[in-house]
Design a protein around this ligand. Structure first.
Ligand code: ATP
Ligand code: MG
Length: 732
């Protein structure tokens, strides 16, 4: 047997060596799904399938990179290079670039990240004179995104009276119009947003059979990781591409479906059997990642979900330590405990910092942990959040570069036209926009023919000269595209546009850090050039650079991800698929986790519970749960109540660190009870129901009451410095 097959168990072996026909691997966390997928690709190549014919879709770029490296170890670098492997968005952006002309888009179309698209939506709302208090841009954006992910185009929307009525009922009757104007603006700008990358791919494959045939023939073997989190649009793309050869392998875990808010559809797993009645299904039961204690605890929690496929997951690893629970007095106390614990284990167990992760429900929880880690000089890395490429100074320079590649990108144009200030104010900009609209041409066309249009623009000579100078500068930069590499172009732009000088004039620490960020962006271009030179089909062009950063912007690791020894901080969503020896799952409080926004229906709560399951199953050896009894949130200190999920982990799997709490719940026979059972003697701890919460625990019955033979024996006093109760909290 070939070496790479030796380490597989029977079920894994079967999945890896079944090369033809549809195959679904449905299995719990840590059971080797990703490993199976990786080895299966290696096996395909070993069995003389040309890597050119293999397409593998992963959830993050990082996962794709790691898988590729592992495959290269088995089949060699050069074979692994021609594999198509990446996220849905990156793979289909690449296809759309080659085929853009079919859809009337330029091949150098700009990719808008969610911030760009939000800006366009805001402008549209403003232009239509619609009240942005009623039509909150983020909400509108989410609605448009959900239409796109369900393949509801503007035309389909207006042909669907039910949708229109539904929007009217929720006082959002202008949504259709905003949607239409938004799509028009993107088209005019030569831009696609993230959802377009899927929507337009679907359009491409449905409207142009020759294109479909081409890619069906190319991708004879298709593999998808994290299949439970594909949305409808992704599902259709995969289905269309696979329909000729039907060599499709999907792996997933319904218990880890955590993106339904972004349209992920758990039923894609169910549909698989319907779409391919002959599909083979393999289930993997052994978890290789975690200790028995962690696997058993996770099983107990997830079994509380009504909506699930029953699975048997077990671990043969050591039983392991119990999950430790720390009850903090405040968010700062919580962060100090975690930092202290990491420091202590780093020394006592000779653990590397990279063995640790801190997982939280929302990005805003990061700051306290960063402060605490910094105080102890513990190196850390924050994943997600405001990414490097979304910082203003970085986006400003990128704005120039985007404009060079795509003149029609008016988002980019107006970002830089007066930055640094060059006397082209808002009035002038508005005149340009209005005039271009009236002539039905783009602003760049107006600027191209400024002399011709000058009499109609109503601008004075001084302003006209400034516009003309600006546009000549852009044109001069564009000439560089033909001869210079990305780095040189960006350097020229940064210097000659006045950007660097402008930033350097600010000598405050923030100003200095902004200059450093621009420098870092330039460095990353050097890295990009080298990386592309090593690839067989590498493409070091500016437009490829821009595509890479646009696609990594929303989920990317920070620029500091240089493989050095650091603690990882991230949201649970980002941790999917990853593993760490030691996990700190923090902020386990009602309204935080489960989130106050996601606890009103059973479906929402079940998704939060899956999220909890994902977090817990990232751990290999040890887990720490923490929660605070008061927390600084929304500008106030508020009382917090322990998360219901804590009470769902059976007490046999957990151990309490704070003695005061532990003793409270030891009864006379020495048995510990569930500390989160209702304890009426402690009013602050178990406060009145939050009126904003539509579904209380009573309505969502879980084991609640204190066993009869058990009484709380001591109560820790909880001080709430502000004296405010949760009823005072104004949310968002
Ligand atoms: P998740 O659901 O979290 O994505 P997964 O099912 O994809 O998990 P993997 O990440 O592939 O699981 O595997 C989990 C861990 O178990 C990895 O460290 C992997 O190397 C290891 N592993 C998987 N199969 C085996 C095996 N047969 N023998 C030893 N280790 C294994
Ligand atoms: Mg996996």
């Amino acid at each position: 047997m070939t070496d790479y097959l030796k380490g597989l168990n029977e079920a894994q072996y079967e999945a890896v060596t079944t090369l033809q026909g549809p195959l679904m691997v449905l299995a719990g966390a840590g059971s080797g799904k990703t490993r199976v997928l990786t080895m299966r690709i290696a096996h395909l190549i070993t069995n003389l399938v040309d890597p050119f014919h293999i397409l593998a879709l992963t959830f993050t770029n990082k996962a794709a990179k790691e898988m590729k490296e592992r495959i290269a170890k088995v089949v060699g670098e050069s074979e692994a290079r021609s594999l198509w492997m990446g996220t849905f968005h990156s793979v289909f952006a690449r296809i759309l670039r080659s085929e853009a002309h079919y859809l009337g888009f330029p091949s150098n179309f700009t990719i808008y990240d969610s911030q760009d698209s939000l800006n366009v939506i805001k402008k549209v709302i403003k232009e239509l004179n619609i009240d942005s208090d009623l039509y909150k841009p983020k909400k509108v954006q989410a609605r448009i995104s959900s239409y796109k992910n369900n393949l509801i185009t503007v035309k389909a929307y207006f042909n669907n009276p039910e949708l229109i009525e539904a929007d009217e009922r929720t006082n959002m009757k202008h949504i259709g119009l905003i949607y239409q104007k938004y799509v028009e603006a993107c088209y005019k700008n030569g831009a696609m947003d993230f959802d377009d990358l899927l929507l337009k791919t679907n359009e491409l494959l449905t409207r142009f059979p020759e294109v479909l045939a081409k890619y069906q023939d190319r991708f004879r073997y298709i593999l998808v990781d994290e299949y439970q989190d594909t949305n409808h649009s992704q599902y259709l793309i995969v289905k269309a591409l696979a329909s000729k050869f039907e060599n499709i392998c999907v792996v997933g875990d319904d218990a880890q479906s955590i993106y339904s808010f972004r349209g992920a559809n758990i039923y894609n797993i169910l549909n698989f059997k319907k779409d391919y009645p002959d599909a083979k299904t393999v289930s993997l039961e052994q978890n290789y990642r975690s200790t028995q204690n962690i696997v058993n605890a996770a099983n107990v929690v997830i079994s509380k979900n009504v909506q699930q496929f029953k699975k048997n997951v077990f671990s043969d690893n050591e039983e392991g330590e119990k999950i430790k629970v720390y009850r903090a007095l405040s968010d700062a106390d919580e962060a100090n405990f975690v930092a202290g614990n990491i420091w202590e284990l780093h020394h006592s167990q000779q653990r590397k910092f990279s063995d640790f992760s801190i997982l939280y429900r929302t990005n805003s929880q990061t700051r306290a942990f960063e402060d605490a880690l910094r105080k102890k000089n513990i190196p850390y890395r924050v994943y997600g959040g405001l990414s490097f490429y979304q910082r203003k100074e970085v986006k400003d320079l990128i704005g120039y570069l985007r404009l060079l590649v795509n003149e029609n990108d008016s988002e980019a144009l107006f970002r830089v036209i007066n930055y640094p200030a060059r006397g082209i104010g808002e009035t002038t900009q508005n005149k340009l926009i209005v005039f271009a609209d009236s002539q039905n041409i783009s602003v760049s066309q107006v600027l191209d023919n400024l002399g011709f249009y000058a009499p109609q623009l109503g601008l004075n000579n001084g302003v006209l000269t400034k516009l003309s100078d600006f546009w000549s500068m852009i044109k001069a930069f564009q000439v560089l595209l033909k001869t210079e590499n990305v780095y040189n172009i960006a350097m020229e732009v940064a210097k000659r546009s006045g950007l660097i000088k402008f930033l350097k004039d600010d000598q405050t620490p923030e100003g200095i850090s902004r200059v450093e960020n621009v420098q870092e962006l330039l460095n990353s271009m050097q890295g990009f050039i080298e990386e592309q030179q090593q690839l067989e089909d590498g493409n070091p062009s500016l437009s490829n650079f821009l595509e890479n950063i646009a696609l990594s912007a929303d989920t990317q690791k920070d620029k500091e991800d240089d493989g050095t020894d650091k603690v990882s901080l991230m949201t649970i969503h980002l941790s999917k698929g990853l593993e760490f020896p030691i996990v700190h799952l923090v902020g386990l409080e009602e309204n935080l986790f489960p989130s106050f926004m996601s606890s009103s229906t059973r479906e929402e709560l079940e998704e939060e519970r899956r999220l909890f399951y994902v977090a817990l199953t990232r751990a290999e050896k040890q887990v720490y749960f923490t929660y605070a009894v008061s927390r600084f949130q929304w500008g106030k200190i508020t009382d917090a109540e322990p998360s219901r999920f804590l009470s769902e982990v059976d007490t046999q799997f957990i151990e309490f660190i704070n003695p005061a709490i532990e003793s409270r719940f030891v009864n006379h026979s020495g048995l510990k009870s569930n500390i989160f059972d209702d304890a009426p003697s402690e009013p602050r701890f178990f406060k009145k129901q939050d009126p904003k919460k539509k579904l209380s625990r009573a309505e969502n019955p879980e084991p609640q009451s204190l066993p009869k033979n058990l009484k709380p024996i001591s109560t820790a006093k909880i001080i709430n410095p502000s004296g405010q109760s949760s009823e005072d909290i104004e949310v968002g």
